[in-house]
Design a protein around this ligand. Structure first.
Ligand code: 5GP
Length: 123
């Protein structure tokens, strides 16, 4: 996944517009959080900015300070709301082809709900 311009028909854009449903956890003016449809851990949430940003690079370069702070604060809020702050959790964002980013709207994964194993699976 490498592209230059934002695709307003990507699945997370459609969720933000309310065109398709999500299992919502949290929402504020900067971010929307919902459960991943194909969880990779007992708890697997996604936190996305409301602005149209393709990836981590795009977001870090083009988002305002308020949007960046808002997204990170939303991640913390969601982790607390899901009861993950004490036992612990992992956050991850895939950027581009080598990372296997599938959805071209920047998103942060939150994994938790049990021991998560090594940071990266290696053979
Ligand atoms: P990526 O590989 O781009 O970092 O992660 C995309 C994530 O979005 C995947 O974990 C995938 O399961 C999730 N996903 C894809 N389509 C949908 C959807 O329609 N609804 C929800 N809730 N999650 C989705």
């Amino acid at each position: 996944m490498t592209q230059d311009s934002y695709d307003p028909e990507n699945i997370f854009a459609r969720i933000l517009r309310g065109d398709i449903p999500c299992d919502k956890i949290y929402e504020d003016e900067y971010a929307l959080a919902f459960h991943d449809v194909n969880p990779q851990a007992p708890t697997h949430a996604l936190v996305i900015p409301k602005g149209q940003y393709i990836s981590a690079q795009d977001f870090s370069a083009a988002a305002s300070d308020a949007e960046i702070a808002g997204l990170i604060r939303a991640v913390g809020h969601v982790a607390r709301e899901l009861g993950l702050a004490d036992p612990g959790f992992r956050i991850l964002a895939n950027h581009g082809t080598d990372a296997g980013q599938e959805v071209p709207h920047f998103h942060i994964h939150i994994f938790g709900g049990g021991p998560l194993g090594p940071m990266l699976l290696t053979d």
